[in-house]
Design a binder for this molecule. Sequence first.
Ligand code: NAI
Length: 357
Amino acid sequence: MKPIRIVFFDAKDYDIQSFETALPAYREAHPDLPECEMKFFDTRLSADTVNLAKGADVVCIFVNDIVDGAMAETLAGMGVKLIALRCAGYNNVDVEACFGKIHVVRVPAYSPYAVAEHAAALLLTSIRRIHKAYIRTRDFNFSLNGLTGFDLHGKTVGVIGTGKIGACFIDICLGFGMKVLAFDKFPNERLKEKGVRYTDLEELWKECDILSLHCPLTDETAHMINRDSIAKMKKGVVILNTSRGGLIDSEDLLEGIKSRQVGAACLDVYEEESSIFFHDFSGHIVEDDTLARLISMPNVIVSSHQAFLTQDALANIADTTLDNIRTFLAEGTSVNELCYKCGKLQECGGKKSGKCF
Ligand code: NAI
Protein backbone atom coordinates (compact mmCIF):
# COMPACT_ATOMS: atom_id res chain seq x y z
CA MET A 1 0.00 0.00 0.00
CA LYS A 2 1.23 3.50 -0.87
CA PRO A 3 2.35 5.43 2.24
CA ILE A 4 0.09 8.27 3.38
CA ARG A 5 1.76 11.59 2.53
CA ILE A 6 1.49 14.27 5.18
CA VAL A 7 2.82 17.71 4.27
CA PHE A 8 3.50 20.10 7.16
CA PHE A 9 3.53 23.88 6.73
CA ASP A 10 5.05 26.38 9.18
CA ALA A 11 6.97 23.46 10.70
CA LYS A 12 9.63 24.46 13.21
CA ASP A 13 12.41 22.25 14.62
CA TYR A 14 10.31 21.40 17.67
CA ASP A 15 7.38 20.28 15.46
CA ILE A 16 9.65 18.06 13.37
CA GLN A 17 11.20 16.54 16.47
CA SER A 18 7.88 15.85 18.19
CA PHE A 19 6.25 14.26 15.12
CA GLU A 20 9.32 12.21 14.24
CA THR A 21 9.42 10.91 17.81
CA ALA A 22 5.67 10.29 18.02
CA LEU A 23 5.09 8.49 14.71
CA PRO A 24 7.01 5.21 15.30
CA ALA A 25 5.57 4.84 18.82
CA TYR A 26 2.06 5.65 17.57
CA ARG A 27 2.28 3.11 14.73
CA GLU A 28 3.48 0.45 17.13
CA ALA A 29 0.47 1.10 19.37
CA HIS A 30 -1.92 1.47 16.39
CA PRO A 31 -0.79 -0.88 13.60
CA ASP A 32 -3.89 0.05 11.58
CA LEU A 33 -2.32 3.45 10.79
CA PRO A 34 -0.76 2.93 7.35
CA GLU A 35 2.87 3.85 6.78
CA CYS A 36 3.20 7.64 6.72
CA GLU A 37 5.65 9.79 4.83
CA MET A 38 6.03 13.19 6.52
CA LYS A 39 7.41 16.19 4.64
CA PHE A 40 8.13 19.35 6.66
CA PHE A 41 8.24 22.88 5.27
CA ASP A 42 9.23 25.92 7.32
CA THR A 43 7.20 28.20 5.05
CA ARG A 44 3.57 29.09 5.67
CA LEU A 45 0.78 27.83 3.46
CA SER A 46 -0.09 30.47 0.86
CA ALA A 47 -0.96 30.77 -2.83
CA ASP A 48 2.82 30.89 -3.51
CA THR A 49 3.64 27.77 -1.51
CA VAL A 50 0.57 25.59 -1.96
CA ASN A 51 2.24 23.59 -4.75
CA LEU A 52 4.41 22.01 -2.06
CA ALA A 53 1.28 20.08 -1.10
CA LYS A 54 1.13 18.29 -4.47
CA GLY A 55 0.68 14.57 -3.95
CA ALA A 56 -0.25 14.99 -0.28
CA ASP A 57 -3.17 13.16 1.32
CA VAL A 58 -3.06 15.34 4.42
CA VAL A 59 -1.92 18.92 4.93
CA CYS A 60 -0.93 19.74 8.51
CA ILE A 61 -1.03 23.45 9.40
CA PHE A 62 -0.66 25.84 12.36
CA VAL A 63 -2.25 29.06 13.64
CA ASN A 64 -1.03 31.41 10.91
CA ASP A 65 -1.60 29.24 7.82
CA ILE A 66 -4.65 30.73 6.15
CA VAL A 67 -7.22 28.49 4.44
CA ASP A 68 -9.87 30.58 2.71
CA GLY A 69 -12.34 29.38 0.08
CA ALA A 70 -9.80 29.61 -2.76
CA MET A 71 -7.19 27.66 -0.80
CA ALA A 72 -9.73 24.96 0.14
CA GLU A 73 -10.61 24.66 -3.56
CA THR A 74 -6.94 24.42 -4.59
CA LEU A 75 -6.06 21.82 -1.97
CA ALA A 76 -9.12 19.70 -2.76
CA GLY A 77 -8.33 19.99 -6.49
CA MET A 78 -4.84 18.61 -5.77
CA GLY A 79 -6.39 15.58 -4.12
CA VAL A 80 -5.73 16.59 -0.50
CA LYS A 81 -8.41 14.92 1.64
CA LEU A 82 -7.73 16.35 5.08
CA ILE A 83 -6.51 19.55 6.70
CA ALA A 84 -5.11 18.65 10.12
CA LEU A 85 -4.74 21.70 12.34
CA ARG A 86 -2.09 21.08 14.99
CA CYS A 87 -3.70 23.67 17.29
CA ALA A 88 -7.04 24.30 19.01
CA GLY A 89 -8.05 27.65 17.46
CA TYR A 90 -9.36 27.63 13.90
CA ASN A 91 -10.03 31.30 13.15
CA ASN A 92 -7.47 30.97 10.30
CA VAL A 93 -9.61 28.38 8.45
CA ASP A 94 -12.85 29.15 6.65
CA VAL A 95 -14.59 26.00 7.84
CA GLU A 96 -17.77 26.89 5.97
CA ALA A 97 -15.88 27.19 2.68
CA CYS A 98 -14.12 23.87 3.33
CA PHE A 99 -17.42 22.08 3.91
CA GLY A 100 -18.10 19.56 1.16
CA LYS A 101 -14.61 20.03 -0.31
CA ILE A 102 -12.09 19.00 2.29
CA HIS A 103 -12.30 17.72 5.87
CA VAL A 104 -10.82 19.76 8.73
CA VAL A 105 -9.69 18.37 12.09
CA ARG A 106 -8.01 20.09 15.03
CA VAL A 107 -6.42 19.38 18.42
CA PRO A 108 -8.97 20.78 20.88
CA ALA A 109 -6.77 20.52 24.00
CA TYR A 110 -3.13 19.64 24.45
CA SER A 111 -2.02 20.94 27.83
CA PRO A 112 -3.94 23.53 29.82
CA TYR A 113 -1.16 23.20 32.42
CA ALA A 114 1.45 24.44 29.93
CA VAL A 115 -0.43 27.71 29.33
CA ALA A 116 -1.49 28.25 32.96
CA GLU A 117 2.04 27.59 34.22
CA HIS A 118 3.45 30.04 31.66
CA ALA A 119 1.00 32.70 32.87
CA ALA A 120 2.18 32.06 36.46
CA ALA A 121 5.83 32.19 35.33
CA LEU A 122 5.28 35.56 33.64
CA LEU A 123 3.50 36.90 36.71
CA LEU A 124 6.27 35.87 39.11
CA THR A 125 8.99 37.10 36.76
CA SER A 126 7.30 40.46 36.49
CA ILE A 127 6.42 41.17 40.09
CA ARG A 128 9.71 39.83 41.54
CA ARG A 129 11.73 41.59 38.81
CA ILE A 130 13.51 38.33 37.85
CA HIS A 131 14.03 39.56 34.27
CA LYS A 132 15.96 42.53 35.64
CA ALA A 133 17.89 40.53 38.25
CA TYR A 134 19.00 37.98 35.64
CA ILE A 135 20.55 40.67 33.46
CA ARG A 136 22.16 42.44 36.43
CA THR A 137 23.89 39.43 37.94
CA ARG A 138 25.20 38.32 34.54
CA ASP A 139 27.03 41.66 34.60
CA PHE A 140 28.14 41.04 38.21
CA ASN A 141 25.87 43.85 39.38
CA PHE A 142 24.53 42.61 42.72
CA SER A 143 22.66 45.76 43.71
CA LEU A 144 19.05 45.28 44.84
CA ASN A 145 17.89 48.83 44.18
CA GLY A 146 14.73 48.91 42.10
CA LEU A 147 14.02 45.20 42.50
CA THR A 148 11.39 45.44 45.26
CA GLY A 149 8.42 43.20 44.48
CA PHE A 150 5.24 42.30 46.34
CA ASP A 151 3.78 39.12 47.86
CA LEU A 152 1.12 37.25 45.90
CA HIS A 153 -0.25 35.84 49.16
CA GLY A 154 -3.41 37.72 50.12
CA LYS A 155 -3.68 39.60 46.80
CA THR A 156 -6.82 39.44 44.65
CA VAL A 157 -6.60 37.97 41.17
CA GLY A 158 -9.39 38.27 38.61
CA VAL A 159 -9.64 35.44 36.10
CA ILE A 160 -11.67 36.03 32.94
CA GLY A 161 -12.63 32.71 31.35
CA THR A 162 -12.59 29.74 33.71
CA GLY A 163 -12.43 26.90 31.16
CA LYS A 164 -9.59 24.39 31.01
CA ILE A 165 -6.69 26.87 31.21
CA GLY A 166 -8.39 29.41 33.51
CA ALA A 167 -9.24 26.62 35.99
CA CYS A 168 -5.60 25.43 36.07
CA PHE A 169 -4.41 29.00 36.59
CA ILE A 170 -6.89 29.42 39.45
CA ASP A 171 -5.56 26.27 41.15
CA ILE A 172 -2.06 27.75 40.98
CA CYS A 173 -3.28 31.08 42.43
CA LEU A 174 -5.12 29.32 45.26
CA GLY A 175 -1.86 27.52 46.03
CA PHE A 176 -0.22 30.93 46.50
CA GLY A 177 -2.93 31.91 48.99
CA MET A 178 -4.57 34.44 46.69
CA LYS A 179 -8.20 35.50 46.71
CA VAL A 180 -9.77 34.61 43.36
CA LEU A 181 -12.59 36.49 41.64
CA ALA A 182 -13.79 35.18 38.30
CA PHE A 183 -15.93 36.07 35.31
CA ASP A 184 -17.33 33.52 32.88
CA LYS A 185 -20.66 33.02 31.16
CA PHE A 186 -20.70 29.46 32.47
CA PRO A 187 -19.46 29.39 36.11
CA ASN A 188 -17.66 26.24 37.17
CA GLU A 189 -19.20 24.66 40.34
CA ARG A 190 -15.95 22.86 41.24
CA LEU A 191 -14.16 26.21 41.40
CA LYS A 192 -16.94 27.75 43.51
CA GLU A 193 -16.52 24.95 46.04
CA LYS A 194 -12.84 25.87 46.24
CA GLY A 195 -13.73 29.42 47.25
CA VAL A 196 -13.69 31.19 43.89
CA ARG A 197 -16.30 33.94 43.70
CA TYR A 198 -17.89 34.70 40.33
CA THR A 199 -18.79 38.31 39.74
CA ASP A 200 -19.29 40.82 36.93
CA LEU A 201 -16.57 42.64 35.02
CA GLU A 202 -17.24 45.94 36.80
CA GLU A 203 -16.34 44.42 40.18
CA LEU A 204 -13.40 42.59 38.66
CA TRP A 205 -11.93 45.82 37.28
CA LYS A 206 -12.41 47.55 40.65
CA GLU A 207 -11.21 44.88 43.07
CA CYS A 208 -8.32 43.05 41.44
CA ASP A 209 -4.59 43.53 41.91
CA ILE A 210 -3.94 41.14 39.02
CA LEU A 211 -6.09 40.28 35.99
CA SER A 212 -5.53 37.21 33.83
CA LEU A 213 -7.29 36.60 30.52
CA HIS A 214 -8.29 33.03 29.59
CA CYS A 215 -11.39 33.50 27.44
CA PRO A 216 -11.56 33.11 23.65
CA LEU A 217 -11.42 36.04 21.25
CA THR A 218 -14.95 36.74 20.00
CA ASP A 219 -16.89 39.84 18.94
CA GLU A 220 -17.96 40.12 22.57
CA THR A 221 -14.48 39.88 24.10
CA ALA A 222 -12.48 41.82 21.48
CA HIS A 223 -10.67 44.79 23.13
CA MET A 224 -12.29 44.08 26.51
CA ILE A 225 -9.16 45.64 28.00
CA ASN A 226 -9.36 49.19 26.70
CA ARG A 227 -9.12 52.80 27.83
CA ASP A 228 -12.47 52.62 29.69
CA SER A 229 -11.88 49.34 31.50
CA ILE A 230 -8.30 50.32 32.38
CA ALA A 231 -9.58 53.57 33.92
CA LYS A 232 -11.82 51.50 36.26
CA MET A 233 -8.98 49.24 37.43
CA LYS A 234 -6.94 49.55 40.62
CA LYS A 235 -3.91 51.77 40.14
CA GLY A 236 -0.90 49.53 39.57
CA VAL A 237 -2.90 46.55 38.31
CA VAL A 238 -0.90 43.74 36.68
CA ILE A 239 -2.45 42.46 33.43
CA LEU A 240 -1.65 38.98 32.06
CA ASN A 241 -2.67 37.86 28.58
CA THR A 242 -1.87 34.32 27.45
CA SER A 243 -5.11 34.00 25.48
CA ARG A 244 -5.42 36.06 22.29
CA GLY A 245 -3.89 39.45 21.47
CA GLY A 246 -7.15 40.98 20.28
CA LEU A 247 -8.57 40.89 23.82
CA ILE A 248 -6.46 43.97 24.57
CA ASP A 249 -6.40 47.30 22.74
CA SER A 250 -2.60 47.56 22.65
CA GLU A 251 -2.49 51.33 22.23
CA ASP A 252 -4.80 51.81 25.21
CA LEU A 253 -2.61 49.45 27.23
CA LEU A 254 0.45 51.49 26.31
CA GLU A 255 -1.35 54.66 27.46
CA GLY A 256 -2.28 52.89 30.73
CA ILE A 257 1.36 51.99 31.31
CA LYS A 258 2.61 55.48 30.49
CA SER A 259 0.09 57.02 32.90
CA ARG A 260 1.17 54.48 35.62
CA GLN A 261 -2.43 53.23 35.92
CA VAL A 262 -1.20 49.80 34.79
CA GLY A 263 1.63 48.59 37.03
CA ALA A 264 2.83 45.81 34.72
CA ALA A 265 1.76 43.79 31.71
CA CYS A 266 2.77 40.26 30.72
CA LEU A 267 1.86 39.40 27.17
CA ASP A 268 2.29 36.04 25.46
CA VAL A 269 0.03 37.18 22.63
CA TYR A 270 -0.29 40.42 20.72
CA GLU A 271 -2.98 41.81 18.43
CA GLU A 272 -0.72 42.11 15.41
CA GLU A 273 1.42 39.09 16.18
CA SER A 274 0.85 37.09 12.98
CA SER A 275 3.50 38.88 10.93
CA ILE A 276 6.00 39.09 13.81
CA PHE A 277 5.81 36.20 16.26
CA PHE A 278 7.62 32.90 15.62
CA HIS A 279 10.27 34.71 13.51
CA ASP A 280 13.72 36.11 14.26
CA PHE A 281 13.73 39.87 13.70
CA SER A 282 16.93 40.57 15.61
CA GLY A 283 19.01 42.84 13.38
CA HIS A 284 15.88 44.20 11.66
CA ILE A 285 13.90 47.38 12.21
CA VAL A 286 10.54 46.42 13.71
CA GLU A 287 7.83 48.51 12.06
CA ASP A 288 5.21 48.10 14.80
CA ASP A 289 5.74 51.19 17.00
CA THR A 290 3.24 50.09 19.64
CA LEU A 291 4.96 46.74 20.14
CA ALA A 292 8.40 48.39 20.13
CA ARG A 293 7.29 50.91 22.78
CA LEU A 294 5.65 48.20 24.91
CA ILE A 295 8.80 46.07 24.79
CA SER A 296 10.89 49.09 25.79
CA MET A 297 8.96 49.44 29.07
CA PRO A 298 10.69 48.04 32.17
CA ASN A 299 7.38 46.66 33.46
CA VAL A 300 6.25 44.86 30.29
CA ILE A 301 7.27 41.29 29.50
CA VAL A 302 6.52 39.85 26.08
CA SER A 303 6.92 36.21 25.07
CA SER A 304 6.05 35.19 21.54
CA HIS A 305 3.03 32.90 21.83
CA GLN A 306 5.19 30.47 23.75
CA ALA A 307 2.79 29.43 26.50
CA PHE A 308 1.86 26.15 24.82
CA LEU A 309 5.47 25.16 24.14
CA THR A 310 6.26 22.27 26.46
CA GLN A 311 7.44 18.77 25.59
CA ASP A 312 4.21 17.44 27.06
CA ALA A 313 1.98 19.69 24.94
CA LEU A 314 3.97 18.97 21.76
CA ALA A 315 3.71 15.22 22.40
CA ASN A 316 -0.06 15.56 22.91
CA ILE A 317 -0.40 17.64 19.72
CA ALA A 318 1.48 15.01 17.70
CA ASP A 319 -0.48 12.09 19.21
CA THR A 320 -3.89 13.73 18.72
CA THR A 321 -3.01 14.74 15.14
CA LEU A 322 -1.94 11.17 14.31
CA ASP A 323 -5.11 9.91 15.99
CA ASN A 324 -7.21 12.34 13.91
CA ILE A 325 -5.50 11.12 10.71
CA ARG A 326 -5.85 7.42 11.59
CA THR A 327 -9.53 7.76 12.49
CA PHE A 328 -10.21 9.83 9.39
CA LEU A 329 -8.55 7.22 7.15
CA ALA A 330 -10.54 4.42 8.81
CA GLU A 331 -13.92 6.09 9.31
CA GLY A 332 -13.98 9.12 7.02
CA THR A 333 -14.28 11.46 10.00
CA SER A 334 -12.90 12.06 13.49
CA VAL A 335 -14.27 13.17 16.81
CA ASN A 336 -12.17 16.31 16.36
CA GLU A 337 -13.60 17.17 12.94
CA LEU A 338 -14.82 20.75 12.52
CA CYS A 339 -18.16 20.26 10.89
CA TYR A 340 -19.84 23.35 9.54
CA LYS A 341 -23.21 21.85 8.76
CA CYS A 342 -24.43 20.18 11.91
CA GLY A 343 -22.17 21.47 14.64
CA LYS A 344 -22.20 25.19 13.86
CA LEU A 345 -18.42 25.05 13.75
CA GLN A 346 -18.11 22.54 16.53
CA GLU A 347 -16.72 19.08 16.25
CA CYS A 348 -19.40 16.43 15.95
CA GLY A 349 -17.51 13.54 14.38
CA GLY A 350 -20.42 13.17 12.00
CA LYS A 351 -22.40 11.75 14.90
CA LYS A 352 -25.18 14.29 15.09
CA SER A 353 -26.49 13.70 11.61
CA GLY A 354 -24.47 10.83 10.27
CA LYS A 355 -21.60 11.73 8.00
CA CYS A 356 -22.97 15.10 7.04
CA PHE A 357 -19.90 16.18 5.07
P1 NAI B 1 -11.94 26.70 27.11
O1 NAI B 1 -12.92 26.64 25.98
O2 NAI B 1 -11.75 25.48 27.95
O3 NAI B 1 -12.32 27.91 28.09
C1 NAI B 1 -12.72 29.18 27.66
C2 NAI B 1 -13.65 29.74 28.70
O4 NAI B 1 -13.97 31.07 28.32
C3 NAI B 1 -14.98 28.97 28.81
O5 NAI B 1 -15.23 28.64 30.16
C4 NAI B 1 -16.01 29.95 28.26
O6 NAI B 1 -17.29 29.82 28.88
C5 NAI B 1 -15.36 31.27 28.60
N1 NAI B 1 -15.90 32.38 27.82
C6 NAI B 1 -16.40 32.37 26.55
N2 NAI B 1 -16.84 33.60 26.23
C7 NAI B 1 -16.62 34.38 27.30
C8 NAI B 1 -16.86 35.76 27.58
N3 NAI B 1 -17.44 36.56 26.68
N4 NAI B 1 -16.49 36.23 28.78
C9 NAI B 1 -15.92 35.44 29.72
N5 NAI B 1 -15.67 34.12 29.52
C10 NAI B 1 -16.03 33.62 28.33
O7 NAI B 1 -10.57 27.18 26.45
P2 NAI B 1 -9.11 26.99 27.04
O8 NAI B 1 -8.51 25.73 26.54
O9 NAI B 1 -9.14 27.26 28.50
O10 NAI B 1 -8.34 28.17 26.28
C11 NAI B 1 -8.58 29.53 26.60
C12 NAI B 1 -7.88 30.41 25.57
O11 NAI B 1 -6.47 30.24 25.68
C13 NAI B 1 -8.18 30.02 24.10
O12 NAI B 1 -9.33 30.70 23.65
C14 NAI B 1 -6.95 30.46 23.37
O13 NAI B 1 -7.22 31.73 22.85
C15 NAI B 1 -5.88 30.56 24.43
N6 NAI B 1 -4.73 29.66 24.20
C16 NAI B 1 -3.48 30.22 24.18
C17 NAI B 1 -2.36 29.43 24.00
C18 NAI B 1 -0.98 30.02 24.01
O14 NAI B 1 -0.01 29.33 23.65
N7 NAI B 1 -0.80 31.27 24.41
C19 NAI B 1 -2.49 27.98 23.79
C20 NAI B 1 -3.85 27.50 23.88
C21 NAI B 1 -4.92 28.33 24.06
